[in-house]
Design a protein around this ligand. Sequence first.
Ligand code: ATP
Ligand code: MG
Length: 283
Amino acid sequence: MLRLAIQSKGRLNEESTALLREIGIDIDDSRRKFLSQAPNFPLELLYMRDDDIPQVVASGTAALGIVGLNEVEERGFDVQVVAKLGFGGCRISLAVPKGADYGGPQWFAGKRIATSYPRILKRWLQEQGIEARIEVITGSVEIAPAADIADAIFDIVSSGGTLVSNGLREVEKVFFSEAVLISNGQLTPDQQQVLDEMLFRIGSAQVSRHKKYILMNLPQAAVEEATRILPAMRSPTIMPLAAEGWCSMHSVVEEADLWDKIRQLKAIGAEGILVLNIDKIIP
Ligand code: ATP
Ligand code: MG
């Protein structure tokens, strides 16, 4: 049995449970408890605040956790990142009042900086050789300059909208984060096997994300050109049609390229194009 700590509510909760479902692990969070057992996989979920996840994993209370890399870095516990999960992307940045005459990191010398991430900030200031005062605030860091608690802030940014609405300007992007799967590296061989199975499934879910299955009817004469447009994993699948001179071609395409590829395929005579969602890809 493997115990996995995930955020009980907040920005990472929904995507953490969605990822587990995507890799075939059922989760009963209708009556959310502190602990719940997956009915079809040897995994037990422990729901908690994200701040505490690195510690419960380091202490062995949970063997695994899903948490933002920012929390892992800030808490400083001895845990290993075993997979990057591709959601919860954000950065921690320094921001100054809109009108400040910011000319570079030296601007921060002697200034007061409000943050909930003192450890990451301290390391950056040291790297830059800058002495500044760190004011630790948990929550609503962005109002600190207006409240005259600080001259600048060091806080999480995703779109930047909150900064702008508080009259602040992002000037240094210091730390890039996303949700990660962490482990304490002390798994029994049985637990390691369960983790390996999860990692294998996560890998194939990540490969299939943003990919579509495409099939179409194609004049036989256009096959070579179509293969150039749609390279596929090894090469596209081509099957003859009952109609003389026509075939059916199947392939996989990046969603971002989909409409461009469709335009090119139509131009060489493709007809009856179907685009389907892919559930899993096992390379
Ligand atoms: P908890 O109650 O569990 O302590 P929290 O309020 O500390 O929750 P959330 O706001 O739910 O945390 O954010 C959780 C994580 O989501 C962050 O640590 C970060 O990794 C990630 N994240 C992604 N985008 C953002 C954002 N715009 N603001 C804050 N966190 C973000
Ligand atoms: Mg938190």
